[in-house]
Every structure is written in C-alpha cells, then in structure tokens.
Design a protein around this ligand. Structure first.
Ligand SMILES: [Zn+2]
Length: 145
C-alpha cells in the first residue's frame, strides 16, 4: 500500500515554523500573544494610540493585515480597526475560552493570534477588530511625501 495523500500539506501559502523557531524570532511577549493566544494589557502596547499613515503587518510573517485608513479610536486601549486590509488576510474562528463566546482573528498565512472581532464598531462595517499591538509591525506609508 503506497497511498500518498497530500490533503493538508499542499497549501503553499502556509508558513510552517515550529515553536522553537518562533521563540527565537519573537520577543517573549510577542510569542505569548501570537503563538499562545495571549492578550496584552490595555494601554500598554505601542499602537493603540498610533496615528501615522501606513500598513500594519503580521509581526511573524509580514502578511499585510490592516491599513491605517480603517483604524479608529475605540477607547479600549488596543489598536482597533473597522476592517481588514483584504478579506483573505485574516481568518476568523470561534473562541469559547474564558466563558465567553467570541470570534478570534488570526493571520491567514502563519495563524498568528491577533485578537478578537466584535460587532460594536463604526460604520460602514459595524465591526471592531480589536488587535494586540504585539501582533503587529507598522510600516509607514511613504507614497505621499
Ligand atoms: Zn502571519
């Protein structure tokens, strides 16, 4: 019998990195949050009050996740966006931890935990992507100099 089934291993967009690798590439806080699903304390991250124009990328794999155009001040102490940069950049998954029913958001490329999505955001989407600063890496937009 020599059956070769490649059902789950043929996705070339998937970035595989074992835990040891992630730990050497990330700070311990970044690792706790993105790989273990942690949450930074409100008002402690570097981007909750960040207002420059540019793109927020995944700290793990550089996948473009959010644009400053959809960032808004939610008053929560976490960077908040009312939409992702692209529908394929972010995966959602039901999270029932801590006795709450929430929607977790993850990087679609490397599955980094980003935060959660809530239904109390501003128009036009009405959504609030509540993201940990530690999951993000900001790149300033230089096109409008
Ligand atoms: Zn990623």
């Amino acid at each position: 019998m020599n059956t070769t089934s490649k059902q789950n291993s043929s996705n070339r967009n998937q970035i595989n990195s074992d835990d040891g690798n992630w730990q050497s590439k990330l700070t311990s806080e970044q690792y706790q949050i993105t790989r273990l699903g942690g949450t930074e304390r409100a008002f402690t991250g570097c981007y909750w009050n960040h207002k420059e124009t540019g793109t927020y990328k995944c700290i793990c794999c550089n996948n473009e996740l959010f644009s400053s155009k959809t960032k808004f001040d939610s008053g929560t102490g976490w960077p908040s966006f009312w939409d992702g940069i692209d529908p394929t950049a972010i995966n959602t998954k039901e999270d029932q931890s801590h006795g709450m029913k929430r929607i977790e958001i993850n990087c679609s490329k490397c599955e980094a935990h980003l935060g959660h999505i809530f239904e109390d955001g501003p128009l036009p989407t009405g959504k609030r992507y509540c993201v940990n600063s530690a999951s993000l890496k900001f790149e300033a937009d230089t096109k409008f100099e």
